[in-house]
Design a protein around this ligand. Structure first.
Ligand SMILES: *Cc1c(COP(=O)(O)O)cnc(C)c1O
Length: 218
């Protein structure tokens, strides 16, 4: 199936209210344009410089999402235009995003990345680290960040029950944070990739990040 067909099929099959982020990291501009011509406007990248280069080259109505590990010293490359940063995983990174947003005279939407997988290698807050940080109230000083929700990645496994448990946990954490700290704008639950987006949707995802299913193997 072509990229165009994949995009059309996905957009037909996703329930109303579930946003599709087409993860275009490592794929060339032509592949992105094929998805663009099929109506896709949100693209996700995991490397700041690659994201900035594609932003310069491709149509200006594309909304670029930063989905990968983001080092504080690279926020400057994407701060002028990024639409949503999914990987808000440390206090230091959040402070840098806030500073860079201010410098660019804008507010940047950010998700809090939560570590739900068993793999130690995955980044993100644990629920208790995050709750401690939020209770300190420091986040309220970040006036150029708008906190929009949570992001997480499930364990890379065939064990569907484990994946389901992890996504269910993330959804629950989202509800708790929304109730205790953020309120109604904190409305985004970014979970689900090519291999597990259907489970993620069943567990309450409203933003899926799909790459290889659309564009083919990397
Ligand atoms: C690469 C990546 C994806 C997409 O993965 P696919 O398996 O290609 O769909 C989603 N989320 C994050 C954070 C990624 O790094």
């Amino acid at each position: 199936m072509s990229v165009k067909n994949k995009i059309e099929e996905l957009r037909r099959s996703l329930p109303e209210g579930v946003e599709l982020v087409a993860v275009s990291k490592t794929y060339p501009a032509e592949a992105i344009m094929e998805a663009y011509r099929a109506g896709q406007r949100i693209f996700g990248e995991s490397r700041p410089q690659e994201l900035a280069a594609k932003h310069n080259e491709l149509p200006s109505d594309i909304r670029w999402h930063m989905i990968g590990n983001l080092q504080a010293n690279k926020v400057k490359y994407i701060a002028p235009f990024v639409d949503l940063i999914h990987s808000g995983y440390s206090a230091k990174l959040l402070e840098t995003i806030d500073k860079q947003a201010l410098k660019n005279n804008r507010t940047i939407d950010v998700l809090l990345e939560i570590r739900i997988a068993r793999e130690e290698s995955k980044s993100g807050w644990s629920e208790s680290e995050l709750t401690d940080y939020l209770r300190s109230g420091e986040y309220k000083l970040l006036s150029n960040i708008r906190f929009r929700g949570v992001m997480g990645m499930a364990t890379f496994t065939d064990d569907k029950e484990l994946i389901r448990n992890e996504f269910t946990t993330l959804k629950k954490i989202h509800e708790n944070l929304r109730r205790d700290f953020f309120g109604k704008d904190f409305d985004t639950v970014s979970m689900g990739m090519s291999g597990d987006y259907l489970i993620a949707i069943e567990c309450g995802s409203n933003m899926v990040r799909v790459g290889s299913y659309i564009f083919g193997g990397r």
